[in-house]
Design a protein around this ligand. Sequence first.
Ligand SMILES: Cc1cc2nc3c(=O)[nH]c(=O)nc-3n(C[C@H](O)[C@H](O)[C@H](O)COP(=O)(O)OP(=O)(O)OC[C@H]3O[C@@H](n4cnc5c(N)ncnc54)[C@H](O)[C@@H]3O)c2cc1C
Length: 454
Amino acid sequence: MSRSLISSIRAASRLAVAPTTRRPCILPITKTRLNQCSSRPFSVTAHRRLMETSGFSEEQMTVREAILKICSNFDDDYWMEHDQTETYPHELHAALAKDGWIGIALPEDLGGAGLGIAEATMMMQSIAESGAGLAGAQSIHANVYATQPVSKFATPDQRERFLKKIISGEWRTCFGVTEPNTGLETLKLKTTATKEGNGYSVSGQKIWISSAQVATKMVLLARTTPLEEVTKPSEGLSMFYVDFDLSQPGLEAKRIKKMGGRAVDANQVFFDNYKIPQDALIGKEGQGFKIILHGMNAERCLLAGEALGLGYAALKKSTDYARDRVVFSRPIGQNQAIQHPLADAYMHLEAAKLATYHAASLYDRSFPDHPKHDPSITTHAVGVACNSAKYLAAEAAFTACERSVMSMGGMGYAAEYHVERYMRECFVPRIAPVSREMIMNFVGEKVLKLPRSY
Ligand SMILES: Cc1cc2nc3c(=O)[nH]c(=O)nc-3n(C[C@H](O)[C@H](O)[C@H](O)COP(=O)(O)OP(=O)(O)OC[C@H]3O[C@@H](n4cnc5c(N)ncnc54)[C@H](O)[C@@H]3O)c2cc1C
């Protein structure tokens, strides 16, 4: 099915002429779906979107239009209700899986679309921007980024067995790195995987694990050699792709009550001699940190895209409101005190957009199998670009959400105007997967060559 997705994308790219003449329903996977699209016309321009799209590739625009079309079936009320009832948006995951989108950045030989993180970032941005916000995006994103290191470092047999069901939507994955006692000091994490019989026994605790209530698999980072016995703290960690089976002894997940993105669960996870087979190990034992970094840089791009989507969605709501709401006999948007902060927020989103898609492109082109591979792109350059993009997009989204709430007065605070939900969600990209402060520490030390501050 996903093979036809990529063929359709490529076919659509060939067919598409100028953006103004592009057919709205451009990504039918089958002829039948094309007919359905024609009989149920849809246009993303029916709802004016704010982001300037000049300069994106045909593939990115095709992804954007197809995703916005799918997401149009999930309206603001759907997301408000799922937020209020803390109910998982299973239907969005199913709809995207049905059309092959979960495997957007996974290889074609496994049924994926074989596109890059630049296209996957556009997909995640479009989900958030549709009004699904961070909650909608979070219900999908681990399946896209956490599977990257599995795809790149697993054996052919592992890839076949582990990834096909993620792509089809039968399985979902979660990502288990953060721990309660070590936080951002990842290299000190305490969860251990100890050799036992034909496999390993895992003990320890993880925290903030998104989607653990619905996941079938977990990307797990655990220590296989004690910290005292390695020369560098980044050694002795191993990456596993484990069955996440809460019915098995030694595994428990407890939901955390949280501020935003309430439709998607976040959890404390407890391992107590949880047994995993040898085959769950991805790549070489002790090399897990290097391996998982591939997922982490990809995640920064996706999350930057999600933040952008949230920011544009908020600005769309507030500018529509500012045009319509009349006080003192004129639209509030005619007042510069309303108009200028919104214009400023827009420009920050546009700047962060450039940083985000630059980072995603560097990430993709750093791999030798990419058609536009550039061997001069270093791991360092990718890391700097991905971290910077995540920082800038998260800050731009925060500014857009905060100003949207404030410019709408009391209605900015009302659930049914949705920007309060976006406001609650926009903190996540500022905190996770790495905080603003740690990104500044990284840039200060590794780019500006200032003394390490911590
Ligand atoms: C909604 C949500 C979903 C998440 N989903 C996942 C998931 O699926 N999987 C997963 O593994 N993790 C997940 N996380 C965890 C997330 O990645 C961490 O919360 C994040 O990395 C921060 O770690 P911490 O909360 O332990 O903060 P801490 O490490 O306790 O830090 C607390 C604060 O102190 C600051 N600080 C610490 N040290 C320094 C220093 N040296 N200099 C300056 N400031 C410093 C930090 O910047 C931060 O602001 C999620 C988090 C949230 C909120």
